[in-house]
Design a binder for this molecule. Sequence first.
Ligand code: DC
Length: 321
Amino acid sequence: MIAVDGPAGAGKSTVARRLASRLGGVRLDTGAIYRALALVAMERGVSLEDGAALGELAAGLDLRFAPVAGGDGGQRVLLGARDVTLDIRTPEVTLGASQVSQHAQVRASLLSLQRELGARGLVVAEGRDMGTVVFPGAVVKFYLTASDEVRARRRHEELLAAGKAQTFEEVLRDQRRRDEVDMRREESPLRQAPDAQVIDSTSLDIDQVVEHMAAVVRSALFEGNEMTEPVGSDSEQRSTSGDVCDLSGRKPEGEVRGDHDQQPEGGALARELRELEAELADREAALPAHSIRPHQLLEIEDLEERIADLKRRIGGQRGEG
Ligand code: DC
């Protein structure tokens, strides 16, 4: 789980989509869930002030994300069989989402849905409280921000491109109002998790931001920094061999340690190396041409890492001998 939080218009959606597709994972757009709830409430005449009624509505929300064919990480938002991808992006629903998201009953109701949607392999979840409340055990947490004006300009350009008539001043005013509500509400206000990496994208382009984030994630996953912390059940994956392993695909720490502690002899190391190389070849041959699962990539990277480690150890023994 990778958490991306931050205020509206900081570029979270684009960055989360690009990062997810780069890492072979999926993006979870939690803002879309609050938007969908606001849309349903407005259509059914449920007051946006009525926390109890909204909480009930949220508990029954039949929401799914469906990947758009083409593979650039785009998703459609489905409520039952109805596609609401565009309907949830109007200025009215945007303000409505901000209102519904203030209610404790709504946030509590949506917690399990978000965690369920987040338990699907490598997920980049974006929202306001991903790192603080919904996925506090995320492997990496980012807090993405940018100046008011830059955020409003980006949102204004998006709206213009979608044919929506709002002036820049209106977008800026609405955004400030939403920021105020998001940051000051009592329930799960927008704030940085203490262990989040802050990225100010005011003068960075999207490529620079994604590049930086991907480097941080890779180092956390494969150099094992944050992975020593328990990350909760959301991060547990089953490898194809049935072992329980963490997001990096590594075996539990004790088992890996055990291998190293025994200091096998040269012949045993060489045999282990051959076995790992054969396993890697099998895994690579079995990869589908499309839709490679994140855990498959992680397992392959883990095997490569173990092979490199064995080679170093074999080289070291030859040097000593
Ligand atoms: O990211 P967005 O603009 O699509 O979010 C819509 C609204 O939902 C926004 O006003 C804040 C709220 N939200 C929230 O309170 N918690 C989240 N995790 C995601 C969004």
